[in-house]
Design a protein around this ligand. Structure first.
Ligand SMILES: [Zn+2]
Length: 121
């Protein structure tokens, strides 16, 4: 059973739309952008929190219909043999870095203002 977080309609819920650029899997995100409880579409304007995991994020989004706080992953996650789950985009980025000049990759992410692996929070 998912935990519902109720907020009053009068609450001052300021918009916390994540700023900057992200890499996201649109097909995966399109499937995730529905409330886990009432199935209504979720809206980026109701993002309460973003937790960055390398190139991917987990967004906490309130459903404006039932007020459930939903967790939305911006990409697919995979289960590792050791039990940890990882975002596929991060695994692919590490593989790409092994085959490319890390300075070029870092400069690209910095110039495009895209959240990168070095910005873990
Ligand atoms: Zn809902």
């Amino acid at each position: 059973m998912r935990k519902k977080v109720k907020i009053s309609p009068e609450s001052d819920v300021s918009s916390t739309i994540p700023q900057g650029n992200r890499i996201c899997n649109f097909a995966h995100l399109a499937k995730e952008m529905f409330c886990k409880d009432c199935q209504k579409p979720l809206c980026f304007e109701n993002v309460e929190k973003e937790t960055i995991h390398g190139h991917a994020s987990v967004l906490a989004i309130h459903c404006k219909e039932c007020l459930l706080l939903n967790e939305v992953n911006t990409g697919k996650k995979f289960q590792c043999p050791n039990g940890y789950s990882v975002f596929g985009v991060n695994t692919r980025s590490v593989l790409a870095a092994l085959h490319c000049d890390v300075v070029i990759i870092t400069t690209w992410f910095s110039t495009t203002e895209t959240v990168a692996l070095g910005q873990l929070k």
